[in-house]
Ligand binder design. Structure first.
Ligand code: XLS
Ligand code: NI
Ligand code: NI
Length: 442
């Protein structure tokens, strides 16, 4: 099989990444991710549904607020259209060599941005045809796309929540075309991340009006998407802050409240990003579980933050404890459905070898494969489940059950409370931590 589409190979010297097993020290091989390995009736690939993110992998070049780019991309061209096509070639070469069955992109990652809305639309649809041809040739599918309505200066006061109607309308150009392209490419989901849908100061902000506008905009996008045949899930990606001080989609609980408040719960779910959950003061598995408990776990942006600083560092996931806790939620929830694990993650600014892009993804995929294996074993053996079930056993029968069923009032509950003998029962956290380590390290 040829892993590149045009006549140019961009990742020279790197072939198909193979599974070599845990003894391997080859940096360009999987140690734990064995795509075809069966775990509880499904292959690892079916459980994990990995996606590569276009923006971090093929656009971001190491530029940060303190310095310019550090990374060389062999596919960069000066002509914007030729650049987009070469980027697509490189991207699909990368997906097929690595073995991520899905990808995700923002409109302006894949297609040149333009001040001129008509030119933007025309080019975007031409690039979408290029992407479609590469999807067909490779079998790689679109997990989701989204519109970048936060980078361009016109969005400095927000997109759907902008106080200027004209900006809201301009954002609609990008969202409408992104939905059109999604349908063309058979996208499984469509994402909204409200980067600038929030505020910096209440002195200049009508919060209620902005939130109503956001809901109105999402409702219009939902109606338009359904009218053109989009059958997938609309996803909102919570994040508490950065770039704005207060973002309206703070965390899973806030986002679910918003979705329900505005009657969008039949069409919308959450796209939970690990680093966003930790920025909100939660763990990754907390926000996954909040979503799962409401039937709102749609998809995952698989990355990790740095525990000693407070911004979205978007690191590749390497913390197997966190991936195991995440996979416990995902497996108990019955999987990700049409969602997947999208590596919204970037190599560090000084990881400048092209092979580092492969190595970073291999680490992320291996970390989730390990998490999947351990979580499956934990669920299979049932020790934690039994422990938790027993902890709540007083609600399984008798008065506890009546309380749970709603067949008891406060006066009868208090009457029982007058006579009960309360025994001290340990929560056994240290025992459970040690048990967890025995699963992780054998
Ligand atoms: C930024 C977000 C962004 C979304 C897509 O923090 O994670 O990358 O995933 O717009
Ligand atoms: Ni993200
Ligand atoms: Ni992020």
């Amino acid at each position: 099989m040829q892993y590149f589409v045009g006549d140019q190979e961009y990742f020279k010297g790197i072939g198909k990444i193979a599974f070599e097993g845990k003894g391997s020290k080859n940096p360009l091989a999987f140690k734990y991710y064995d795509a075809k390995k069966m775990i509880g009736g499904k292959t690892m690939a079916e459980h994990l549904r990995f996606a590569t993110a276009y923006w971090h992998s093929f656009c971001a070049d190491g530029t940060d607020p303190f310095g310019s780019s550090t990374m060389d991309f062999p596919f960069r061209k000066s002509d914007p259209y030729a650049n987009a096509v070469a980027k697509a070639d490189a991207a699909f070469e990368f997906f097929t060599k690595l073995g991520t069955p899905y990808y995700c992109f923002h409109d302006v990652d894949a297609s040149p941005d333009s001040e001129d809305a008509v030119a933007y639309e025309k080019t975007f649809h031409k690039i979408a045809d290029e992407l479609l041809a590469r999807q067909k040739a490779s079998g790689v599918k679109l997990l989701w796309n989204t519109a970048n309505v936060f980078t361009h200066p016109i969005y400095m006061n927000g997109a759907a929540t902008n106080p200027d109607f004209n900006v809201v309308a301009r954002a609609a150009v990008q969202v409408k075309n992104s939905l059109d392209v999604n349908v063309k490419l058979g996208g499984q989901n469509y994402v909204f991340w409200g980067g600038r849908e929030g505020y910096m100061s209440l002195l200049n902000t009508d919060m209620k009006r902005e939130q109503d506008h956001l809901a109105r905009f999402l409702t219009m996008a939902r109606d338009y998407g359904r009218s053109i045949g989009f059958k997938g899930t609309f996803l909102i990606e919570p994040k508490p802050m950065e770039p704005t001080k207060h973002q309206y989609d703070y965390d899973a609980a806030t986002t679910i409240g918003f979705i329900k408040e505005y009657g969008l719960d039949k069409d919308f779910k959450c796209n939970i990003e690990a680093n966003h959950a930790t920025l909100a003061g939660h763990t990754f598995d907390h926000d996954l579980l909040v979503s799962a408990n409401h039937g709102m776990l749609g998809s995952v942006d698989a990355n990790q933050g740095d525990p000693i600083n407070g911004w979205d560092t978007d690191e590749f996931p390497t913390d197997v404890y966190a991936t195991t806790m995440a996979m416990l939620v995902i497996l108990r929830h019955g999987g990700l459905g049409s969602g997947g694990l999208n590596f919204d993650a970037k190599r560090r600014r000084n990881s400048t070898d092209l092979e580092d892009l492969f190595i970073a993804h291999i680490g992320g995929m291996d970390s989730f494969a390990l998490g999947l294996e351990v979580a499956h074993k934990i669920i299979d053996e049932g020790l934690f489940d039994t422990f938790v079930k027993n902890r709540y056993a007083s609600f399984d029968a008798g008065d506890g059950k009546k309380f749970e069923d709603g067949s008891m009032d406060l006066a009868s509950l208090a009457a029982i409370g007058r006579t009960v003998q309360i025994e001290k029962r340990s929560g056994k956290q240290e025992y459970l931590n040690n048990l967890m380590n025995s699963y992780l390290f054998g």
